[in-house]
Design a protein around this ligand. Structure first.
Ligand code: ADP
Ligand code: MG
Length: 696
């Protein structure tokens, strides 16, 4: 094998291996080298190319060592300054040399100047098209990348994959110019790599140009095709048909659970419950996302699904991303289900990372024998050693925290019957509609759009941390009224230690400021027994204030807590803030969330931080929060582990390309039905090997 040069290695690392990958590697921007501007016509701040002769060249030592080259073009002169330079530069720019120089003109008191302009010998014709500037890395010079792209463009086959009847809509831009035909892929790519200089650059920048429209349409279509393929492939798989066993006269397990609950289901819970039960009864694996705001009551819905599964004689696994959350599910589910299961001689098993060997072995044994009908835990549930007797339903809470590999591993757990388990994913971060239609097109979505009755809306206040004293007074008042308070300390990036010392210091300070109040501390480094004890004390009400790092982010349920203080709220993400706020307002008492923010040394909040805090103050609606979050952060964060599949859209922007997305959603099923080979070719072109990630 031939050794690869650093540039070749960089190409591979950027995923630019096939000619089509290079062809689809599009410029970030362009430089106009098609024109020469006479120096006389240049103005301060202009980005220009000049052609001029070197009249002087010297290295000055003051105030800093620098190379100063003077050039003249017959209409004026200009000084070129370089603070770093090599002998080769001096040689190219020797007195008498004729140069083409590109840079920004600065008009100082001493005349025109350019700092570190690009330069080369003036020779050859001027290019006819704009010069592309590609996204690249240090090891991969522009010139090398340009040659690689040009050579790929010369070699690449770009057969038309869109059947004549399935053309994307003609862009507005085109219609206005009387063009009725959308651009095809080849002409779009040729143009985008080397646009003619008369193009309106704005249309390239904002991707409204018809060449861009075509690429975005193709990309969205590839995404829809690949997800639809995944969905259809999944429909061919077999899963156990889960229907409640109707033993003579006895009510089904889920009915008994309903009867035992201290509340009635909301209409929304009933509706999604039916959607799930319908899926479970089919011989095809369910692939459903259950979304509902914090506190909307997803756990009960999951428990009902578990009942149907266990009633049919199969095992159910419920996984949560953290031990605390898993523990909550466990306690709750045990409370509800254990008495019912016990009557049937069945058990619940518990699996987490830090378990004692003996306990773990006992649990594994229960799971393998089938004695445990329900298994609750963390990632530990999907480890290899865990053998289920007959797993038929897996419920994943906070699904975005689990990776693709983990979901795949779960599916393997039933492989031996030639069957796949049903999968129910839960999320408290609602997926905005456009995202659901694009990235999650292969998922069925159930939404709980209603909170249980009796919740009081949480009032949110933004308070500068210079007014912390007032917040402490407020805490004292709440505790005096018999309420409880959360105080959340921020995650300090990349420093768990600092994180901890910060939480510890806050704990000490609050304990001092609130004499007579029990102030507890909870952080991720604590042994689980200690965490448990702290949570117990808070739940039972003996602890008035709980200081914690973000470990309580998800799932903690203490209805008596009526005040949530989030310190350095400006450092938190929007959905994280929303989740945290969801910890209060669970009881009948009026609740509040105080977002303490600090402006740091600058005295101002950054724009995104401001946007997040504003959104929090303005709405408590999870869907509205999600929509704003998408606006602020883009889709990456919503997709969680899915983004590791590189399946993010590179070109299309869901905020502006709704029309193209609609077109792609309509075109994909037709193309798969009528032109399966073209569809396959199209997916390969755009996703190559990446399409596998989408199938998990
Ligand atoms: P989340 O959707 O955030 O997971 P949970 O399932 O933890 O919400 O439910 C939040 C709280 O609401 C729990 O205490 C749960 O028992 C309670 N709950 C769930 N459904 C109802 C209902 N229909 N009526 C009253 N309370 C309910
Ligand atoms: Mg939950």
């Amino acid at each position: 094998m031939v050794d690869q040069s650093p540039a070749q290695k960089a190409l591979v690392k950027l995923g630019l291996t096939r000619p089509i990958d290079l062809a689809l590697h599009l410029p970030l921007r362009y430089e106009d080298e098609t024109r020469i501007t006479p120096l006389r016509n240049t103005r301060e701040g202009d980005m220009v190319q000049i052609e001029a002769t070197v009249t002087a060249s010297e290295v000055q030592l003051h105030p800093r060592r620098q190379l100063v080259v003077t050039v003249e073009d017959g209409t004026g002169s200009c000084e070129l300054r370089f603070f770093s330079f090599y002998p080769s530069h001096q040689k190219t720019m020797a007195v008498g040399a004729r140069l083409r120089v590109r840079g920004e003109v600065r008009g100082g008191f001493w005349g025109r100047q350019m700092l570190h302009p690009a330069f080369r010998k003036a020779e050859g014709e001027l290019p006819q098209a704009l010069t592309p500037i590609y996204p690249t890395v240090a090891q991969l010079p522009q010139a090398y990348l340009r040659r690689a792209v040009a050579s790929a463009m010369a070699r690449v086959e770009l057969p038309e994959t869109l059947p004549p009847g399935l053309q994307p809509p003609v862009a507005r831009f085109d219609r206005e110019n009387g063009l009725q035909r959308p651009w095809n892929l080849r002409e779009s790519l040729l143009f985008l790599h080397h646009p003619s200089p008369d193009v309106a650059l704005a249309t390239l920048q904002d991707h409204s140009h018809p060449a861009w429209q075509r690429l975005k349409a193709e990309e969205l279509l590839a995404q829809q095709l690949s997800q639809l393929t995944a969905k259809r492939e999944r429909a061919l798989l077999r899963a156990p048909e889960l229907r409640p066993a109707q033993a003579a006269g006895a009510p089904a397990l889920h009915e008994r659970l309903l009867a035992a609950l201290p509340f009635a289901l909301t209409a929304a819970q009933r509706r999604v419950g039916e959607e799930i039960a319908h899926d479970l009864a089919r011989p095809v694996p369910m692939h459903r996302l259950l979304q509902g705001d914090v506190g909307s009551g997803k756990t009960v819905v999951a428990a009902l699904a578990a009942c149907v599964c266990m009633d049919a004689g199969w095992q159910c696994a419920l996984m949560a991303p953290t031990e605390i959350l898993a523990e909550q599910h466990f306690t709750k589910l045990i409370g509800w289900l254990e008495p019912l299961l016990a009557e049937r001689g069945q058990q619940v098993a518990w699996l987490v990372g830090g378990q004692k060997k003996k306990e773990r072995a006992a649990m594994l044994e229960r799971i393998a024998s089938g004695a445990a009908a329900l298994v609750v835990g963390t990632h530990a549930v999907i480890q290899e050693q865990v053998q289920f007797k007959n797993l038929a339903l897996a419920v994943i809470d906070e699904q975005h925290r689990f990776g693709v590999a983990q979901r795949l591993a779960l599916r393997q757990k039933l492989a031996r019957h030639g069957l796949e388990p049903h999968l129910l994913m839960m999320s408290a971060t609602p997926i905005p509609r456009t995202l659901a239609m694009s990235y999650y097109a292969d998922l069925d979505v159930s939404t709980i759009d209603e909170l249980p009755p009796g919740r009081t809306p949480v009032v949110t206040k933004l308070i500068a941390d210079s007014r912390k004293d007032q917040v402490v007074e407020r805490i004292a008042a709440q505790v005096a009224a018999g309420r409880q308070v959360y105080w959340v300390c921020p995650l300090i990036e990349e420093s768990e230690a600092l994180d901890l010392s910060n939480a510890t210091a806050t704990h000490v300070a609050l304990s001092e400021a609130l004499p007579g109040v029990t102030v507890g501390l909870l952080h991720s480094r604590m042994p689980s027994a200690e965490k448990k004890a702290v949570m117990e004390a808070f739940k039972s009400g003996t602890m008035g204030v709980l200081v914690s790092t973000t470990v309580i982010e998800v799932g903690v349920d203490v209805p008596n807590a009526s005040l949530m203080v989030i310190e350095h709220a400006e450092r938190f993400g929007l959905s994280q803030l929303h989740q945290l706020r969801g910890r209060v307002g669970r009881g009948a008492a009026a609740s509040a969330c105080v977002l303490l923010y600090s402006t740091g040394d600058s005295g101002r909040l950054g724009e995104t931080a401001k946007g997040r805090l504003k959104a929090m103050a303005e709405t408590t609606d999870g869907f509205e929060i999600a929509r704003r979050d998408l606006e602020i952060r883009g889709p990456g964060e919503f997709l969680g582990a899915r983004q590791s599949g590189d399946a993010l859209l590179r070109f299309a922007d869901l905020a502006t390309d709704g029309a193209l997305l609609d077109w792609a959603r309509e075109a994909a099923p037709q193309m798969l039905d009528q032109h399966p080979l073209l569809a396959e070719q199209h997916i390969q072109r755009w996703l190559g090997t990446k399409s596998d990630y989408l199938k998990a």
